[in-house]
Structure formats: structure tokens, C-alpha cells
Design a binder for this molecule. Sequence first.
Ligand SMILES: Cc1ncc(COP(=O)(O)OP(=O)(O)O)c(N)n1
Ligand SMILES: Cc1ncsc1CCOP(=O)(O)O
Ligand SMILES: [Mg+2]
Length: 360
Amino acid sequence: MPILPRQATYRILDASINRATEGLRTLEEYARFVQDDAAANACFKSLRHDLTTAVGRGIDRQRLIESRDTPGDVGTEIREPTEYVRSSSQKVIAAASARIAQSLRVIEEYGKTIDGRFAAEVEQIRYRAYQACASLELAAFTSERTTQLAEAKLYLLIDGGESEQEYTASIERLAKAGVDIFQLRDHSLDDRTLYLRARVGAAVARRLGRLFIVNDRADIAVAADADGVHVGQDELPAAAVRAIIGDRRLLGISTHSIEQAKEAIDDGADYIGCGPVFAGRTKQFDAYVGPAFLQQVAQSISIPAFAIGGIDQSNLSEVMAAGCDRIAVTGAIRDAEHPVQAAESLKQHLLCQSEAREST
Ligand SMILES: Cc1ncc(COP(=O)(O)OP(=O)(O)O)c(N)n1
Ligand SMILES: Cc1ncsc1CCOP(=O)(O)O
Ligand SMILES: [Mg+2]
């Protein structure tokens, strides 16, 4: 005795099979055209093919097609506003992965009422799909981070703020004003508060499509699910940081000479900080590298390099004249009368410089 009218079961199966194959195709295209990953591309293709074969063997195609009634489907009108928004390709992957998992489960469950062997075959496909989707989603996360880093111009070092609310509101305002990367650098916080601020800051930054880095503390960067960590010359060496953060998070290293910059690349840094260029109010130094170091970096360093130290609107042209169009700042924004306007203005100048360079 069927648990549902056969027609309804076939309608469910038809819709879910379409959903699953569309989701698999979405990931197949990402693996092929975005990741250039032949193995992942082949994996999704074979999942799609195996599902189609299983359906061909276990389900009567004519009944599937006959059951289709798109105009009479009460579900086609129901849409969540979020279905129309994917703020990044990584979100496309996440949505497609969820759709695949759900629809394979639906096919399996309703398939059991038609043919147990078919349901068992779909179950195996579902397990393979879980694994393949998770790998692609992780790879998408990593490549999105790298792309965001490559495009970043304005990097802001922030403290933990007066309260969590003030801190998150400030990140939101400044992200909208054009800050690409936030770094939590606050030596006054206890570990618990540092972790909590890092966690909430990383979540807010991710929602807004910005990167979030933790200063000095690889352990907190991982625990808070931040995008990476920044270390100086006297802190944990790169290999030790990598052992904690893995390959998927970003590693930034401070450099004060061209030799250190080259060493940072050899050690696997994703980006470098170059400074201190000028004297500023945030941190005092005995010596400054000046724009000459930035010029050396521009000529011979291939990874993103952020000039840091006393940079503001008054000396930005010197930094840019040295060939550097990425900066990391604190005081220029924190101490400005209007921090949002200061961020907007710095960003605008940096972008103008990059565009001018690209067009020559
Ligand atoms: C982007 C960036 N560049 C340089 C630094 C300085 O790091 P470090 O030399 O380790 O000094 P502290 O920040 O730890 O005082 C940075 N934080 N970020
Ligand atoms: C942490 C750090 N490292 C080199 S300069 C600097 C401080 C950057 O702040 P500011 O932009 O206010 O000089
Ligand atoms: Mg440090």
C-alpha cells in the first residue's frame, strides 16, 4: 500500500532530481571555470552522471515526466528574499551544497517507497556528495580570501573599543567607508575579551565581505575563526604560525628591510607589512625605513605589501610615489575628526593610484 498517491511521489522525485542535478552542475562549473580544478570538476560530473544513471535504472521516466505540473506547483511562488542575494561566489557554493544535500535526502526517502535498491544507491551518492561539497566549499573559502587580499588597499588596525556594541558598529561603519582588512591589535585586553572581540569582529567582517586578522596571536585567530594572523620579527616564526593556523588562513609578517621581505616570502607569508615608514602616535621607534624601502619592495616583491607607520592624508602621496598603493593605518582613521570620511578619502586616493598604474 503506497504511503502517498503515486503521482505525488513522482512529483516530489522529479522536482528533487532536478534540484540535485542543478546544484551539482553549479559546483561543477565552479570547479571547472573558477578553480581550474580538473579532479573536482570530474568528481561533480560523475556524481551527476551516477545520479542520472540510478534514476534511469530505478524510476520510470515516463511517470516522472507525466507527474510534472510546474504551473500547478504552489511552491514556485514562495521565495525567501535571501534566495535572490549571493554576496560572493563562496555563498553560491554554500547554497548549492545545501540544495544538493537536501534534495538527495528527499530522493532517497521517497525513493524508498518505489524501489529500495534505488534508495540505497542514492544514499551512497549522497555520502560522496557531502565530501565533495565540503572540499569545494573549503577551497572556495581559501581562494576568496586570497582574492580579497590581492584586491585590498586599505588595512586598519583597531582596538577592542569601549564596548562590544561600539566596536562592531565601528567595524560596520568603516567597512562601508572602504576599509578592506581589519586587524585586532589591542595589548590591553585579557585573553577572554580578546577572543570574544576577535570572534565577533571576524563574523561582522565576513558578513560585510571584509577580511579580519588577529595581531600576534595565532591561537586566538583560529579559535575565533578569523581570516589570519599578523606577526612581527620577534614573534612566533612563520613555520610555527602555520602549524597553528594551517594553509587556509592568511599569514602576515612585519618587515623592515628588503632581506626580511624576501625571507617572509620564502617562509610562506601571504602578505607583508613594510615599515615603520614615518613617525606616528600609535607606536614609537628608534628608526624609520622611509619611502626608500617601499620603492625596493615595489621593484622586487610579488606578494601584497602594506606600508605602515605614521601614514595619513598628508604623506600618502610620498608612499604612492614610491610605488606602493596599499597602506595599513591606525591614527589616520582613529584620531581623525571624522573617521568615516578619513577612511573614504584614503581609499579613494589609493584606488586612483591603482587605476592610474593599471592604465599605463
Ligand atoms: C599590517 C601590519 N604591519 C606591521 C605590523 C607590526 O607588527 P609587529 O612588528 O609585530 O608589531 P606589533 O603590532 O605586534 O606591535 C602590524 N601589526 N600590522
Ligand atoms: C603597529 C605598528 N607597527 C609599525 S607602525 C605601527 C603603528 C601604526 O599606526 P599609525 O598608522 O598610527 O602609525
Ligand atoms: Mg606583533
